[in-house]
Design a protein around this ligand. Sequence first.
Ligand code: MN
Ligand code: MN
Length: 284
Amino acid sequence: MEKNIHTFIGCDNDYDESKIVIFGAPFDSTTSYRPGTRFASSAMRNESFGIETYSPYQDKDLMDIKVFDGGDLELCFGSPESALKDIEEFSSEILKDHKLPVMIGGEHLVTLGAVRAAVKKHPDLCIIHFDAHADLRDDYLGQKLSHACVMRRCHELVGDGRIFQFGIRSGDREEFIWGKKHVSTNKFNFTGLEKIKDKIKNKPVYFTLDLDVLDPSCFPGTGTPEAGGVNFTELMLAIQFVSTLNVIGLDVNELSPALDQSGASTALACKLLREILLYFYKEN
Ligand code: MN
Ligand code: MN
């Protein structure tokens, strides 16, 4: 018999021998519309056993690579600052050990904790951001630590010209005006994605994926669905391109399983995470 352990499918390797570490950041206290993303990581672990470890897209298998699932962080729901501090510390530890942190949100604010850790180690960090929403508000109802402000807070850490957004189709006018001056906002889809390689070159990249960049027809299970999004295959190809860059950390966020009545959104997120792990796993 073997120990009864609860991991994402195929991710039950030892920490020391693993090159990728996944962990959950179950936090959704600042969600502006419909909460529930705190349950995403545990739902994904459960549902992951419904998918194969083998990827026909890449002819690779999760069983052939070493990924460690560190479980979920225990985060304080009432205090964004204390949750972010815990995420930062955990991410720092993984980075210090030269492994790739892959965080499962949670609402999008959790990205700030991981980016704080990443920028400490890599001051020349660039950020690639896929999302339906610009997330560039300076505050949301007076709150600076909100998922609607997460990229604005990240900009304070990395500065102008370092954030590359794609798929954006929602935000207030101010966000788009501000964005034009300080970040690269690419609306609606992934047009122009490959051109950013000339700008980023081999600089360290943090990749944050808000799953609501997908169209609600294939991904309804999210708190702030936004019509007019990309499809699964388009997202896969875009992620494949991002994996050719020097990515040092990433996250997948905003799945809200309770809003996913068919289960299709959680299944999609699991399949996407499998592909991400296989894309970003590097032998050396
Ligand atoms: Mn977002
Ligand atoms: Mn979003």
